[in-house]
Design a protein. Sequence first.
Length: 441
Amino acid sequence: MLRSVRKCVLQRCYVGLFTPKQTFLTDEYKCNEAWKAHLYSPILTKVNLNDFYSILDQNFNSKGVISAIDVDIFANALKDSNYLEELKDLLHKLRLSAETGNTLESTHHATVRNFIEFGNVQDIVSILKEPLKFGIFLDFYTANILLDKLVTSKNYELAANVASLVMLQEDFSNSITSSLCQYACYKYVSECEETKPTSVEQEDDSKKKKEEIKIRIKFLRNPYFDDHFDLTNLHLLSGKTLAWISKVSTDNLSNNLQVIGWLFYKKYNRLLELCKEIVKMESTKVYKDVIELLKKELEKAEEDNKVILQNCVELLSNAPPSDVGLEDSMKIAIENCINKTQNKDVSAQKELFKNWERMREEKLEEQTKRLDRTRHIKMFEEKQKQLASEEQRLWFFDNEEQIDLQIEEKEKLQDPWSSKKGTKHKGDEDYVPPEILPKRK
């Protein structure tokens, strides 16, 4: 009896341990099989990554030249996590060259997929946050896969960073991407506290005397803050992401999320205007989570802003409440978006993979023809020089007078002072400088 009970308990424990994490996206949406199938294309199977990287690195260091199609082939042929650093290095070198404008879309997609597949999520987010250095950007499909992985693992900080990058691109046409961004930003602002410098560090900085160092510069830029690309505070970025994505739709959930967005974006006047607008709508139902976040921020707000936030709390408190939780409503919205657009996105991805493979072959063929043409031109020029030298040797005696005239003309063109400056007197070679002795005391 005890043995059977123990067996049942162990079975339950193992079931709990090996229960997979629930994700929003299905395996079908990620198109892993279709993506892996393209790795067996004739071009990619012939690549030896170690030798290929050495050649690309040597060409860049010696000639400063790197090709966008070569980097694309390296990114798509990558099957080992040991080459992720090499890929990162090639992306940076491509960004430094004039070829960066020819970067293929498949390079962006392959880079993000590779880092996600090998578990280097932190690294890919760092790469995406430095577009000037690496030049890698998200498309809708990689953004969805990356956001789904981060949200599932409850890494809301990185998820909010990715969502803010989507917001900076200002393209909210994919409903799955928008809903995942909303969820990531909401979870971050509601569960993660804003980090602020401690008072001890501030006191130490104030006590230290800073020595002024003046440097002469050619010009001085006037200070400018664009309130978009210059934003670095993740709470502000998350708030702006929520506000901008949510204002695209006019449904009740989006209106509630827009309130949270303007709240954490610290645009309190816009927040008050929105509260007055949505209270007048008949379909409005306010989630209690929204009012709780408003009250929480009200306690931390400055005196000038407390009046506005208090008005917002009063307005929304008088509105009809929602029976469902905000997070549950967001999850339902994400599932609805996936069910609505999954088939379209899956077919679009598979079509993209085929187009990218065809484009890769065309670009590689163009590059091969261009290199062959350059090599043939160089060989032709060398052959011309060789034939001209051979002709001059064979017909030397027939053209002796003409050659003498050419030599005389070259001598006339030389600087007459160069010969004088170059000559040295014979006495200069035998000259020995006098020895200088110290003075006697």
